[in-house]
Design a protein around this ligand. Structure first.
Ligand code: ADP
Ligand code: ZN
Ligand code: ZN
Length: 818
């Protein structure tokens, strides 16, 4: 039944797949989901087979697949379906969608084994002649397999004359399975201890021997958490190794060696996850999640819990229950730094008990990422923790997808394919009949709207754990500060005093600023010109240590000008503080403090993140300065002061989400303070203290903010009341960009006003980006299906008018209109 042709998605910016012929020798190996090497124009590309077909289109010359890369198809059928959905919904080139879903192409050393199944064993037991489905060679292989205990190395198949194709057929008939495992990993192991069995306990109890206190603690720990690595058990139960040895000898415990997870980080050693008793609110949230599992069908739950209300604890239990039901789970987090933290918790919770936890994010090397990916694909890991693209993790039998801090803009990919990780999570959950659990202290307006309307189920954690108070938030009016001091410093007098006090108490402070670099604008005092990037209509950022100007949009570099490039004046002026400047300033003002900075310049690798965050968590630092990556999720117990240097810089952007972003950021940041025993204090520096986004953030009142903001959105016809699409026409040649915009406008105009508003074309807010001139259309409609119809019509129109596909960029559900 193998088909002669297949359609392959290739990593090219075109909205189509390509048909290739399958050579006879590869017929059995090519399946939907297989990665293949194919000739394309005059080169070779790696693509993925999305379907096998009987016929090829007649018009073109059909070429052949040159190689199949995987024995086990890389993508599951469900993931192929998801890829098609993404390509359709986001109008993205299908090959680029699948490229985003696939693991990096690297050579991994893989060990394959052939495993005999039950039906294979039955076939082997029959006489060779009696079995019609099997030729003698295949029968010989099955018998050999049976005689060797059911498992043999892949390579031995060749010795009995069976090639890959024959093995594939045996696999499909269900006689064998292929098991893959990665080689070349550090084969480190750890000792895992488990409570032996219920029987042993009963026996002991029957003998009337009461356990001593130490034995009891070990028993309690193991019964509550299941098997634990030895090092962890010693800490949890507070006993010495000899106690464990004795209990092993008495056969109360059993032990085995287990491979250590390769994704494990150095801070794992001896880490003991908190296992709190759930409070009433957490318990009732979990109950609703459990009820959803019991229904066994798709549903979205929104967990709205104030900062420090113990959402992570609820996540862990939800995953635990998912695993107990034999299913798998994905946890998406918005930042790489959080994958470390949540990953560690997951390994501590599930690593020893189940096959393991995989971590996926972009700061891993290609080899590391490919390894983790294949570990998941081979069923070695059943929990995946990762950033945005981990939503494509090739888990089977998915039961739960958690999206932590679901409102975060980092879930949106701002390059093709422009998908939103949270929305894809919901679609995937639906396809897989799984539950989606969105969590946040400040849900996106969209999600909260759906929860209000009953489309999602709302779970609420209204107070912090242990009745801890929310941090007190105070506004520092920068206008008053300036009137008093007549100085411009990123650190106001109030913030300085706050930090001073915090240091005196030997506690820790976080200071946030929303830009990296030293100063983000370079201006001439004589003529007013600012130094702009040559490729983009954006001013360049001064990086002092690197001693140069950088464009944060295209990465281009310039030496620091000694004079104005326009009027040659010497009065070049740098202004607008960035994180580098703030760090320098803090070092000057607090010479005795131990200070570090965390932003994309200082933390480029996983190790750098780990080192800085680890140092801060362990108390080796007093002040951590950084960009918003500090605002999210971290649970630092000794932070009593959080300073926000400029709260309003995000408010002035021409963006309908400006207020929402500001409110979210401030609330999240405030949530980092006072998570331990001591209360927290937050100082927000701003020039617009009256703005409702700031006022509601001070009160940390989400429902109040939601009410005000939805009024504005409703009146202005913005999401969640309208669907939006942003269409950008771009080219390095200004004339072409203008001509194409006009043409597209001719197509759009007749649709305007018919259930659809079409604004534009207008120059985009960033009129030039990476050398391309940009014009923008904004499409609004309360009916998403209408929007989709008009847009797909636009795609056909482009083809008709021979406007290159790459010149038109569609951003469905844009997060930002910049
Ligand atoms: P959130 O993500 O909601 O901001 P976390 O999940 O980080 O909050 O939890 C905050 C702190 O509360 C953590 O240190 C966690 O260990 C602790 N915690 C969670 N649940 C409980 C509980 N039921 N009792 C006591 N402490 C808890
Ligand atoms: Zn000048
Ligand atoms: Zn640039």
């Amino acid at each position: 039944m193998s088909l002669p042709f297949c359609n392959v998605a290739l990593p090219v910016p075109l909205r189509t797949t390509f048909t290739y012929a399958i050579p006879d020798a590869l017929r059995d190996s090519v399946q939907p989901g297989s990665r293949v090497l194919v000739p394309f124009r005059n080169k070779s590309l790696v693509g993925v087979v999305v379907e096998c077909v009987q016929q090829a289109p007649e018009s073109t010359k059909i070429r052949e697949i040159s190689k199949v890369l995987d024995f086990l198809p890389a993508l599951t059928p469900k993931l192929i379906e998801l890829g098609h959905w993404i390509a359709g919904y986001y109008l993205a080139p299908v090959g680029e969608v699948f490229r985003a879903m696939l693991p990096p192409v690297t050579e991994l050393r893989i060990e394959r084994q052939i495993v005999l199944t039950d039906s294979g064993r039955a076939a082997a037991d029959k006489e060779a002649a009696a079995s019609r489905a099997l030729n003698p060679q295949r029968h010989a292989l099955l018998s050999q397999l049976r005689d060797k205990g059911g498992v043999m190395p892949f390579a031995s198949a060749a010795k009995v004359g069976l090639d890959d194709a024959a093995l594939q057929r045996l696999r499909r008939t269900g006689f064998i399975e292929i098991r893959e495992s990665m080689l070349g990993r550090r084969a480190k192991t750890q000792r895992v201890i488990a409570w032996k069995s219920v029987a042993a306990v009963a026996e002991e109890a029957a003998q009337g021997d009461a356990f001593d206190a130490k034995t009891d603690r070990v028993k309690a720990a193991l019964q509550a958490r299941g098997p634990l690595p030895l090092a962890q058990l010693l800490r949890v139960a507070q006993v010495s190794r000899s106690v464990i040895e004795r209990m092993l000898r008495d056969a109360l415990l059993e032990s085995w060696d287990e491979r250590i997870d390769p994704a494990e980080d150095p801070f794992d050693a001896g880490y003991v996850p908190p296992a709190h008793e759930l409070n009433a609110e957490q318990e009732s949230a979990l109950k609703l999640i459990r009820a959803r599992f019991e229904l066994g069908e798709f549903g979205v739950l929104l967990l709205h819990g104030v900062t420090g209300s113990g959402k992570t604890e609820v996540y862990m239990r939800a995953v635990q229950e998912t695993l107990a039901r034999g299913k798998t789970a994905i946890i998406l987090v918005p930042e790489i730094a959080l994958t470390l933290w949540i990953g560690r918790q997951c390994r501590a919770w599930f690593g020893a008990r189940f096959e393991g936890v995989a971590v996926l994010h972009s700061a891993l090397s290609d080899v590391e990422r490919a390894r983790e990916w294949w570990r998941v694909r081979n069923g070695e890991a059943r929990v995946v923790v990762g950033t945005r693209s981990a939503i494509f993790a090739p888990l089977e039998n998915l039961g739960l997808i958690i999206v932590d801090e679901e409102q975060e803009s980092s879930y949106k990919q701002e390059e093709t394919p422009r998908y939103h990780g949270r929305d894809v999570a919901i679609v995937r959950a639906k396809m897989e009949n799984a539950a989606a659990l969105l969590g946040s202290a400040t849900p996106s307006l969209e999600s909260y709207h759906h929860a209000r309307s009953g489309k999602y189920e709302l779970l609420t954690l209204a107070s912090r754990v242990e009745q801890r108070a929310l941090a007190s938030v105070e506004i520092v009016d920068l206008r008053e500060d300036f009137a008093k001091t007549h100085q411009t410093s990123p650190i106001s007098a109030a913030l300085h005093a706050g930090i001073q006090e915090c240091l005196a108490q030997k506690m820790q402070a976080l200071v946030l600023i929303n830009r990296r670099g030293y100063s983000w604008s370079v201006l001439c005092r004589s003529c007013g010109a600012s130094v702009q990037c040559e490729n983009c209509s954006i001013s360049m950022t001064h990086h002092k240590q690197r001693n140069r100007l950088e464009c944060h949009y295209c990465g281009s570099l310039k030496p620091i000008p000694k004079q104005c490039p326009k009027c040659q004046s010497k009065y070049v002026y740098f202004f607008g503080e960035g994180s580098e400047h703030l760090e320098e300033r803090l070092r000057k003002e607090f010479p005795g403090a131990r200070i570090a900075r965390l932003d994309r310049d200082t933390a480029r690798t996983k190790r750098q993140y780990q080192e800085t965050l680890g140092a801060f968590a362990s108390g080796a630092l007093d002040i951590l300065v950084g960009t918003q990556m500090l605002a999210k999720g971290h649970d630092f117990q000794r932070v009593t002061l959080v300073g926000v240097v400029s709260a309003d810089s995000s408010l002035s952007l021409p963006d309908f989400r400006a207020a929402e972003r500001t409110f979210q950021l401030l609330t999240q940041v405030a949530g980092r303070a006072g998570r331990g025993e001591l209360p927290g204090r937050v100082l927000i520096q701003t020039f617009y203290p009256e703005h409702y986004a700031i006022q509601d953030a001070v009160k940390q009142d989400y429902p109040a903010f939601y009410e005000r903001e939805t009024q504005f959105r409703r009146v202005m016809a913005y999401p969640p009341f309208t669907s939006l699409a942003n269409v950008i026409v771009r080219d390095t040649d200004l004339e072409k960009a203008i001509r194409w915009s006009r043409q597209l406008s001719e197509y759009f105009s007749p649709h305007d006003g018919k259930g659809l508003r079409i604004l534009g074309p207008a120059a985009a807010p960033i009129a030039k980006l990476k050398k391309e001139h940009r014009f923008q259309f904004l499409l609004k409609s309360p009916k998403r299906s209408l929007l989709a119809k008009v847009l797909s019509g636009a795609m056909s129109y482009l083809e008709l008018k021979e406007i290159p596909e790459t010149a038109v960029l569609v951003d469905m559900d844009p997060l930002s209109l910049m």
